[in-house]
Design a protein around this ligand. Sequence first.
Ligand SMILES: [Zn+2]
Length: 445
Amino acid sequence: MSVAVEFFGGLRVIGSSKIMISTERARVLLDMGLDIPGEPDLFRPPVAERTAYRLRDRLAVGAAPPMPGLYDPDQLAPGSPLAAPDRRPTAIFLSHAHLDHDGALAFARPEIPLHAHPDTVAIEAAAAVAGTGAELDLTAMTAPVAVGDLRVEALPVDHDVPGACGFLVHTPDGTLAYTGDLNFHRDGGLRSAEFVRAVAGTTMLVTETTTLSFDPPPGAAPYEPRSESAVLQVVAQALDAAPGIALLSAYERDVERAQRLIDVVRGRGRTLVWPGQQATLLHHVGLRGVATWDASRPQRPVHLEAVRRLGAAADLRRVSLAAVEATPSAFVVQPDVDDTPALLDLPRDGGFQPFVHSQGEPLGPFMANWAGWIEWLAQLGFTFVAAGSSGHATGAALHKMVMDVHPGVVVPIHGFRPEALVVDVPTLLPEYGVRYALDGTPLPV
Ligand SMILES: [Zn+2]
């Protein structure tokens, strides 16, 4: 009996990766991300999901895949055929703490073990306290994990969240390597390079292809991501040019960059003030110099609740609105894009007021709240300053990785255009509902 590989997400979309590797004796699922439909997302704002019906509502419109024996029967519609358990031992492995990889884990049967890198476990725990993630019962992987006749090794990679890993799954038919999300430019890409060495010659390589989804603008050079030091340099220059207040939008789960940003801001004689939820996550994972608002600035209830959960003992610095009004040049503010009018609380001076965008919300023009946000910034005299750097490998780096690994077959997923990965290695563009052998051939139904 051969090993079967089946894809329950991540085909022709960025995210929602779900890769099932099974034998007659065991099942392993790599990632269980929230589905990001190719068609318009029916659950995008202002639609509010029904908390107790999230899974069944999503299954009903195809925004979650029908995976047998994996979902919590209590969250399924009564009589759902998906509720029947699978007799084989099953485990789920999370590559990193991003929504398109972890967002459906709360739908899993409670008895299925969830494994992740210790740093991922720490981020998920902090996100639960902050109220930006679900409470998950994750087990920290400190050694390879055996599931029946399968064995799973976590291999750290460079991405833009601590704990990001690829996986190497040892099976009776050979090995399957999965990149998770990775790049080769962040801080030298040393972890990703080690991943490539560790999985060289694997039977099947499943790789993300995020950046192959987009063409550079006509006539433009291929995308070259900023280094982390270049990101910090842009931030420092913007702050030096600003006589008063400055805004900075960063993604708090990129904890390493968040610490560097806090330090750069402090080096400029300023304090970076985060909304309550972001401050809570960063403080919970142990960052130094985290500051948030005191009660003098109104915040949405989710922020106040997050700080309350963190506890009174937490030595979180509190900043008053009066302090910012008195000395705007001593502060940098991380805005809450879900509370746009709160921008009006901040002192404006009519000089250069930067909005430094470094992978924070709103993420980009593809988001529903982008256009309105940009209009508010323009109205209030803020200047957009780009200071991002993709967490994903460039097309050239992906090609090099595949050629260096030289797998028996490569399976591009997690991108709008997987066919854009053109390499001198057998390539499988998988379909939903088909089970593949490790060499990429479809198995009989
Ligand atoms: Zn990711």
